[in-house]
Design a protein around this ligand. Structure first.
Ligand code: ATP
Ligand code: MG
Length: 554
């Protein structure tokens, strides 16, 4: 990646220590381990950038691993989408793996643990297990099945796998310490019975490993050195180390935690994002209002801007919530450099230039980018009839209004100064047309003897393309829609104006060539992208990425 490195953080220092001590023979192998139960979101981008960039910085590699231990929630659609998203972000994994690739070895390791007298089959119900586990204040109580013999445990565990029992009838638990201060160590469940079809292993397994058992062991089996995850796993780290130490040789991987990314005005958990999709509050996982990678991409955000954002917010151990405007500003900064300029009228009103010949077209020119002349120019047809933005005209404006008004002048961007001489209304009193005169002596120069303050954008009314423009805004109107855990309350905070569709828009003819996913700055309006799915050469559809300035009302 070309972005500048952020200042060294605690994870970099830890890796450097390991390199200095030669803990892993100079090797750095990280992994990004999503569960394929939904699409990735901007929070995952932070984890992806971290794990891939740590590998990159220390000449290491990063594995993309699907943590597919829960067959009920996992689907191939998600597996495919996750790969596409990570690639699009600009990262290349050294290997694609699945936790399910290790199911056989994990099963053998569980048997090994039983043989060591460190695991037992427990036949308490889920409720009973919870009850026996105790609380933060109270130690747990041993399960009555804790002292089953090794042979009995081996027999029951093998029959669990053969499908002899019903779900919930037995579980396999690690035998650690029912009085441990850390509740995670009170004989955690490591295998449960699930008679479910798995997207890769089919019907082979009737038992599936739990996260705490499978994750660290899979890290070790794959040769991971630094296993980076979010802070909620901190209290699970003793367990991560315990299984590895009982079962596998040194050097063992180490889990290092960092804080989650939270962003205002959105929700950020796959479960909630899936509810938004399933209940049709949005048009799908890739709806441009979603904080998913595919949604942000469709909205027009660039991979470079997302990477830069993650670099900027840095890595720490303290949770924080970042304002959406910070992410949007990264996008603006990137697009200001990289997007061509163009003109689009979203809410048109017709202007007729009465002193301009009806049969005349002048091909004016405009730079594709005002600061980057090497990007060339485009032709802009100027004709007698034009469209300007309805709100760039006011019949009875306040004194500070510098755009068009009756008797007033305004400069048309890259063209002439025009003066409004007449306002035409329909029977209902709505303005339908503005009659203007142009000053032929104002092309590329200031008008003589007077100041014209306003400059507005325009499109020829006879040479243009029709387009649909969708303007997007924050999905939720409050900063923290999940402040309460009540889903209905969360839904009440949806922003009713998060999507507005404008059908009768006009863009300049040069945009006929626009490719899907190409981004533009529409002068004075903001940054827009050609929708990657819905737009076609016959009918262009643009999504607003961001406005030119942060306009969100706090
Ligand atoms: P969610 O809670 O949104 O469902 P998850 O943590 O269950 O996410 P996983 O697929 O298990 O999602 O996560 C893969 C990796 O991404 C994990 O290592 C996790 O720590 C990391 N991750 C998930 N959400 C965030 C976030 N908001 N910020 C940073 N990293 C995250
Ligand atoms: Mg998860």
């Amino acid at each position: 990646m070309t972005e500048t490195a952020p200042p060294r953080h605690f994870i970099q220092r830890r890796i450097e220590e390991d390199l200095a001590r030669n803990t892993y023979q100079g090797k750095v192998l990280t992994r990004f381990p999503p569960e394929p139960n939904g699409y990735l979101h901007i929070g995952h981008v932070k984890a992806i950038c971290l794990s891939f960039s740590m590998a990159d910085q220390y000449n290491g590699q990063c594995i993309l691993r699907f943590d597919d231990t829960n067959p009920i929630k996992e689907e191939q659609e998600y597996v495919d989408a996750i790969q596409e998203d990570v690639h699009w972000l600009g990262f290349q994994w050294c290997q694609l793996t699945y936790t399910s690739d290790q199911f056989e070895r994990l099963y053998q390791l569980a048997i090994e643990l039983i043989k060591q007298g460190l695991a037992y089959v427990c036949s308490l119900s889920a409720d009973e297990i919870r009850h026996y586990r105790g609380t933060l204040e109270q130690p747990g109580t041993d399960s009555p099945f804790r002292n089953r013999t090794i042979d009995e445990n081996l027999d029951l565990f093998s029959r669990m796998q053969q499908g002899e029992f019903t779900e919930g009838q037995h579980v396999l638990r690690a035998k650690i310490d029912m009085t441990a201060g850390n509740i995670n160590l009170r004989d955690p469940v490591i295998y449960r019975i699930l008679h479910a079809h798995h997207h890769r292993t089919g019907d082979r397994w009737h038992i599936y490993p739990m996260y705490d058992f499978s994750h660290g062991l899979t890290d070790a089996l794959e040769g991971i050195t630094h296993s980076l995850c979010t802070l909620e796993f901190q209290d699970h780290r003793p367990l991560y180390d315990w299984f590895n130490q009982q079962l596998l040789p040194e050097p063992l991987p180490q889990q290092i935690e960092f804080s989650r990314l939270n962003i205002t005005h959105t929700v950020m958990s796959k479960r909630k994002l899936k509810l938004l999709v399933d209940e049709q509050h949005v048009a799908g996982w890739n709806d441009p209002r979603m904080p998913t990678i595919s949604g942000l991409r469709r909205r027009g955000f660039t991979a470079a801007a997302l990477r830069k954002f993650c670099n900027m917010i840095g890595i720490s151990k303290s949770d924080s919530i970042i304002d959406m405007s910070v992410l949007e500003e990264c996008v603006r900064t990137d697009l200001n450099e990289t997007a061509d300029r163009a003109m689009c009228v979203i809410d048109p009103i017709k202007v007729t230039i009465t002193n301009y010949p009806a049969d005349q077209t002048e091909q004016l020119t405009a730079p594709n980018h005002p600061q980057q002349t090497e990007r060339g120019q485009r032709e802009l047809p100027f004709t007698r009839e034009l469209y300007i933005e309805r709100n760039d005209f006011m019949e009875d404006p306040p004194s500070k209004f510098h755009r068009l008004k009756p008797g007033g002048e305004v400069k048309l961007r890259y063209a002439y100064v025009i003066k409004c001489i007449d306002v035409i209304k329909n029977q209902a009193g709505d303005i339908v047309e503005l009659r203007c005169e142009y000053d032929p002596d104002t092309l590329g120069k200031k008008p003589e003897g007077r100041k014209v303050k306003g400059i507005i954008h325009w499109v020829s009314a006879t040479q243009h393309h029709a387009a649909t423009v969708r303007t997007y805004d924050r999905l939720f109107q409050v900063e923290n829609p999940t402040a309460s855990d009540d889903w209905q309350a969360t839904l009440n905070d949806l922003n009713p104006k998060s999507l507005q569709v404008h059908h009768n828009c006009y863009v300049e003819p040069a945009l006929k060539q626009a490719q899907n996913e190409q981004r533009f700055q529409f002068e004075r309006l903001g940054y827009f992208v050609v929708d990657r799915y819905d737009s076609s050469a016959e009918h262009l559809i643009f999504n607003r990425i961001v406005a030119l300035r942060d306009t969100w009302q706090k």
